[in-house]
Design a binder for this molecule. Structure first.
Ligand code: TRP
Length: 458
């Protein structure tokens, strides 16, 4: 406790712990974690499958009514303890909660294992755009690079870069990377959205995206899919935001920062939709979005870029570069959870921990690199089951067990916001748990079915 008091009085993070060099740096790193493959593609998929703008509205509602409260809870756990998930839960919630921290780390490792494979495909397409033109027969091309040796090579490059950045630490590693890549991603995306407005035939795409079709909205499945997408996109439910917050000073304004991060993450997803939908419709690729999330991104779009000649090549290069920036700032946040936990729990040196964790996760990722069905299965388990479960644990733990949770969050906020924090606690108590239980009720059977298909082969 005396550690905590020292930290409080000096206004800095826990003594001896590295700190973000600026608020901007923290925000870029957190937005970098949030913005990734999830925004650029799964979001468009959900919008297209579940009622266009109707799904977008539901999604925004979920982000702010559920995502932001859970993010504040994660940030509070991390900042109050100055520790990664296991230690944070042990210290703030009690011994019995520490095993959930282990589960979080496993979830992070699992997500990273297959996420790096997809990021590897992105890297490959960015290089293709840079060095030659996009393949006209993108389906065959993707089939030849998606799994096996070619996939492994690029997966390893992604994991190596990720490991290197995390080994360098918070300020000169993660913060520096994100402070460059996030603004760049944003500029590229806005540029692409403006270019997309000039496409003949894109109008129908905007209509499909921006006109709400409420009749497609109301189902438990839509609610479950949108909620787990909100968790995945905001990097919630496995202690990534928690770990980032352990490097924050006491002066940070957690509710304000959470809102900023969520707003930035949603904006990027929304703007990505303003690129994807007009392009898809201008090229007559309708239907591609709905067929498979990955197929559309790695087959239909590159095929479309190939059709557009040299303009397509430039646009495609920018598109995949932006995607790569989003993916890399996400992979570092996933590895950081594992590495910070090793450093906190065993007092290991950071570079060694990064090397060990990065190496092991690369090995686990070989499964996904060799078999795209395995990738889909791991995604179903991690995204649909583990993150909502983790969100449930965090919401309940902070709302019922964390001592002075409200006082902890109000540190750094204005008195006006501090007065609203009672509502925050009650949201964690009565809104978040039932919703997440509905999600799990929907997703657990689906994950079991996916496992059955994967392991029995039919
Ligand atoms: N949010 C990222 C995306 O949308 C993925 C991600 C990074 C993530 N870190 C995470 C998801 C932690 C869950 C938990 O692509």
């Amino acid at each position: 406790m005396s550690d905590l008091q020292t930290a409080t009085s000096s206004g800095s993070a826990a003594p001896g712990r590295e700190q973000w060099t600026s608020r901007f740096g923290f925000l870029m790193a957190a937005v970098g974690s949030a913005v990734g493959l999830g925004n650029m593609w799964r979001f468009a998929y959900i919008a297209s499958e579940h009622g266009g703008a109707a799904a977008v509205l539901l999604y925004v509602l979920l982000v702010f009514a559920v995502g932001v409260p859970v993010m504040i809870a994660e940030l509070a756990l991390g900042r109050s303890s100055g520790l990664s998930p296991i230690g944070a839960m042990r210290q703030q919630l009690g011994r019995a909660w520490a095993p959930f921290g282990v589960l979080f780390i496993l979830a992070g490792a699992l997500i990273l294992s297959y996420y790096a494979v997809i990021a590897g495909w992105v890297l490959r397409y960015a290089i293709v755009g840079l060095t030659s033109s996009f393949p006209a027969d993108a389906g065959t091309y993707f089939g030849s690079i998606a799994a096996g040796g070619p996939a492994i090579v690029f997966q390893i490059v992604i994991m190596a870069v990720t490991t290197l950045v995390v080994a360098r630490g918070i300020g000169s590693g993660i913060e520096r990377l994100s402070s460059f890549m996030m603004p760049a991603l944003f500029l590229i995306l806005v540029g692409l959205a403006i270019w997309a407005m000039t496409l003949p035939g894109g109008g129908e795409g905007y209509a499909y995206y921006l006109i709400p079709r409420f009749e497609e909205l109301f189902s438990l499945e839509t609610l479950a899919a949108s909620t787990s997408q909100a968790f995945f996109s905001l990097s919630l439910g496995m202690g990534a935001m928690l770990t980032f917050a352990s490097y924050l000073p006491r002066t940070a304004n957690l509710p304000k920062d959470s809102t900023t991060i969520a707003l930035a993450d949603f904006s990027v997803a929304f703007i990505a939709g303003l690129v994807v939908f007009p392009v898809i419709y201008a090229l007559g690729l309708q239907g591609a979005v709905g067929e498979s999330t990955l197929g559309a991104l790695f087959i239909s779009l590159p095929g479309g870029f190939a059709e557009m000649g040299s303009v397509g090549r430039v646009v495609g290069l920018f598109f995949f570069t932006a995607l790569l920036f989003g993916a890399l700032t996400s992979t570092v946040s996933l590895l950081e959870v594992v590495v910070a936990s090793m450093v906190d729990e065993t007092k290991m040196q950071r570079p060694l921990a990064a090397l060990v964790a990065g190496g092991l996760i690369t090995l686990v990722g070989l499964w996904s690199a060799l078999d795209t069905n395995a990738l889909g299965f791991l995604d179903a388990v991690a995204n649909n089951v583990m993150l909502p479960l983790g969100g449930l644990v965090i919401a309940m733990g902070v709302a019922w067990k964390m001592p002075d949770a409200r006082a902890q969050v109000s540190e750094g906020t204005s008195p006006r916001v501090a007065r609203l924090l009672g509502g925050w606690l009650w949201t964690l108590r009565i809104v978040v748990p039932p919703l997440l239980i509905i999600v799990l009720y929907e997703t657990i059977p689906a994950a079991i079915e996916a496992a059955r298909v994967l392991f029995s082969g039919n």
